[in-house]
Design a protein around this ligand. Structure first.
Ligand SMILES: Cc1cc2nc3c(=O)[nH]c(=O)nc-3n(C[C@H](O)[C@H](O)[C@H](O)COP(=O)(O)O)c2cc1C
Length: 241
């Protein structure tokens, strides 16, 4: 980055933080709430209602590969389940992330609600959604996304873009699907490699920007064994910003 652009960047960061348009009294005061998940769900709903951020349900999702190296990519969280506490996303299970999650079923995700000056971190064990749950969500997707899920061997090398588009046309003809029609086709079957994951919240951090960078941070932890089993109670502590 050219050095002359740095001062402008700093100025805009501090202008946003000092404005502090979203006071969160409950995160600044003690005692802290017992359960962070309803708050995370409310923050996501507020980010949608606020309307300034495209795709506020996008998270950076981190896993580890077979060598133990971290990997990260964006995915869309389809819902936060406040109780017992999880986020759900969908993908190709044969993709790089799918292979990594099969090898080590743990992940970390972070939401950034920039216009609301908030961040939510969630990590813990991951389980696959059931076939029925994956199929039900697949049936709601636009037809081109449904065909795309069949056509794309996600994360594999691709010879050319034209080859992928031709494969989409071939599959559309095979399934009698009209790619120009954005409506979902409930009759299109779910590809066997396509499905969802549930990231069960074992550790959650809520972060809210405060003036002077004296941000509020609090971290909730609990034990989850087995993944998806009965969660123990949350323990909460405040963290230095
Ligand atoms: C905002 C955003 C949302 C995305 N949502 C998804 C998603 O929900 N599922 C998915 O498989 N890929 C999604 N992607 C694409 C992924 O970031 C990634 O390129 C793809 O899943 C392959 O990742 P992998 O090779 O690590 O498995 C999204 C990308 C962006 C930028």
């Amino acid at each position: 980055m050219p050095s002359e652009s740095l001062p402008r960047y700093r100025a805009s960061m501090s202008a946003r933080n000092d404005r502090d348009p979203w006071p969160d009294a409950w995160l600044s005061e003690d005692p802290l709430p017992e359960d962070p998940l309803p708050i995370a769900a409310e923050w996501l709903a507020e980010a949608f209602a606020d309307g300034r951020q495209p795709s506020p349900h996008a998270v950076a999702l981190a896993c580890v590969d077979a060598a133990g190296d971290p990997t990260v990519r964006m995915v869309l969280v389809q819902r936060i389940e406040p109780s017992p506490g999880a986020v759900v996303f969908f993908t190709n299970r044969a993709s790089r992330k799918g292979v990594e999650l099969a090898g080590r079923p743990r992940a970390a995700a972070v939401f950034h609600f920039g216009p609301l000056s908030r961040q939510v971190r969630i990590s813990g064990p991951v389980t696959e959604t059931s076939g029925a749950e994956s199929a039900a969500y697949f049936a709601t997707r636009p037809i081109d996304s449904q065909i795309g899920a069949w056509a794309s061997q996600q994360s594999e090398p691709l010879e050319s873009r034209a080859a992928l588009l031709a494969e989409m046309q071939r599959l559309a003809a095979q399934y009698g699907a009209d790619l120009a029609n954005p409506a979902p086709d409930p009759a299109l079957p779910r590809p066997p490699h396509w499905g969802g994951y549930r990231l069960h919240a074992e550790r959650v951090e809520l972060w809210h920007s405060r003036p002077g960078r004296v941000h509020d941070r609090a971290e909730w932890t609990r034990r989850l064994t087995p993944a998806g089993g009965d969660p123990g109670p949350w323990t909460v502590q405040r963290l230095q910003p």
